[in-house]
Design a protein around this ligand. Structure first.
Ligand code: GDP
Ligand code: MG
Length: 461
């Protein structure tokens, strides 16, 4: 029942894409699936997909005129049995589909386009179809914008957004005659309105300014490294990997936050930190990151990397891979490469091959499982939908922290008994005994965590 609630709150979108002759069906499908996921991240349910095979994009409106009219009919619910309906989902066109369409048509908030289109094409589409248009680049920028945490990441994303917006603003300005309608602040682009007044020069200045700031921040990053050292005592796990690999699903399964997510719609967007559940010693924090994207527009690479940099703060990375995706090996390589580029290759890592249940039949699953285990030492092959598998991953995470445990004794004076719970939260207590001065604990814990406690206790002495 919470699922229905969630559905109700989703905004409605349609998706449209041109399939060029040199793009295979599977590539094309994969890209659409990815865009659907990305749109979902922004709170949209894609209620309908329109595709068109063409030799090239239409210069005026990306899609051909007939397709544009068809979409207009759907978006405005003036559904007539249009002539040239060649729809993807369901494949063949029959009268049943028409009836179904009539039921779901209308009330479309946004049309998503699976390419980067020109401002002119976007405007044509908005006017003709009669709803807001977001292209692939804009969708990704919006996601990065929401995920950028650090100052550097925010600056980097803003540079990319300004670069993207500039030509769109010019197009809007051309249009903004007395009757002109402005491109409204799409998908929560709150600042969109005021940006409309910025001219090209102002945008250029702002970009230059941000770039200068970024250089200055490079120095700050060194401090960040220091902070990372400091955080080392905290057991924290960060999920990285491609969009649609199952990171958010795993995050929910590992932290028992299913209900929370359903109620707090899109809590997953916010890479909020949660605790591993059932709780463990040491207490482990789990966080999600912005996903890798197969068709990442070149101009967005820098912002993606900076958004990913929070992975540096983790003490363990879970690299989640969709084992059922034909291109998973290439994706794995790209992820490794980018993690190295941002300096996260020093962080210990577990490879998690997910969605094994989605690989062919049982025999094929077993075969793939063996092959993966052979090739990638210490990896996990699993399905996020199998509670036993999730429990196994949970165990492996906890074990990887306990591996480095040291055994030692801590002394806590009676005057500082309020710190007792710190010991139990951060270590495994093997034995506890007391004398007139205080309590002695024989503990097992992470070296850094134990040291931190010891220092803390020294101070209260
Ligand atoms: N069959 C199968 N589907 C999964 C599994 N894990 C996740 N999914 C589905 O894959 C889609 C993407 O998952 P999500 O967690 O949003 O991926 P993210 O983009 O990495 O956060 C969702 O529809 C999930 O239900 C799995 O182990 N098996
Ligand atoms: Mg996710």
């Amino acid at each position: 029942m919470p699922i229905d609630e969630v559905k109700e709150k989703l905004k409605r979108g349609v998706m449209a894409a041109v399939q060029l002759p040199n793009v295979s069906d599977s590539e094309f499908e994969a890209s659409l699936t990815e865009l659907r996921e990305l749109a979902k991240t922004l709170g949209f349910e894609i209620i309908r997909t329109f595709i068109q095979k063409r030799a090239g994009f239409d210069r005026t409106g990306y899609l051909g005129i007939g397709k544009r009219q068809e979409i207009r009919g759907f978006v405005n619910n003036e559904w007539v049995s249009a002539v040239s309906q060649e729809n993807v989902e369901g494949g063949a066109q029959d009268s049943d589909t028409d009836i179904a369409d009539q039921e779901i048509a209308g009330n479309v908030d946004v049309m998503f386009i699976d390419h980067e289109i020109s401002p002119f094409q976007a405007r044509t589409l908005e006017v003709e179809v009669g709803c807001e248009v977001m292209d692939r680049t804009m969708v990704i920028l919006e996601i990065f914008h929401r995920n950028a945490r650090s100052r550097a990441a925010r600056a980097q994303v803003e540079i990319a957004r300004l670069g993207y917006m500039a030509p769109h603003l010019r197009e809007a300005a051309k249009l903004a005659g007395p009757q002109g309608r402005q491109r409204s602040g799409t998908g929560g682009r709150g600042a969109g309105e005021s940006h409309t007044e910025l001219d090209r020069r102002k945008i250029r200045d702002r970009i230059a300014e941000l770039q200068k700031e970024l250089v200055a921040m490079d120095l700050e990053r060194k401090t960040q490294r220091a902070r990372r050292q400091e955080n080392q005592g905290l057991a924290s796990v960060t999920l990285v990997g491609y969009t649609n690999a199952g990171k958010s699903t795993l995050m929910r399964a590992l932290t028992g936050s299913e209900v929370l997510v359903a109620n707090k719609l899109f809590a997953t967007l916010d890479t909020t930190v949660r605790t591993l559940y059932p709780e463990s010693v040491p207490r482990v924090l789990v966080s999600d990151t912005v996903g890798f994207i197969k068709n990442l527009p070149h101009g967005l690479v820098a912002s993606f990397k900076s958004t990913l940099e929070e992975a540096l703060d983790a003490s363990l990375l879970l690299h989640v891979i969709d084992a059922s995706d034909p291109g998973f090996e290439r994706q794995l390589e790209v992820t490794d490469k980018v993690l190295k580029e941002i300096g996260a290759d020093v962080v210990p890592r577990i490879r998690v091959f997910n969605k094994i249940d989605h690989v062919g039949d049982v025999a094929q699953q077993a075969e793939r499982k063996m092959a993966l285990r052979d090739k990638y030492l210490n990896c996990i092959v699993m399905s996020a939908r199998q509670p036993e598998d999730v429990a196994m991953l949970h165990q492996k995470i906890v074990a990887s922290f306990q591996q480095q445990f040291v055994e030692t004794e801590l002394f806590l004076p009676w005057s500082a008994q309020q710190l007792r719970k710190e010991i139990y939260e951060n270590c495994e207590v093997q034995e506890e005994r007391a004398d007139e001065h205080g309590a002695f604990f024989r503990v097992r814990g992470e070296p850094a965590a134990v040291e931190k406690l010891r220092e803390q206790f020294e101070q209260v002495r």
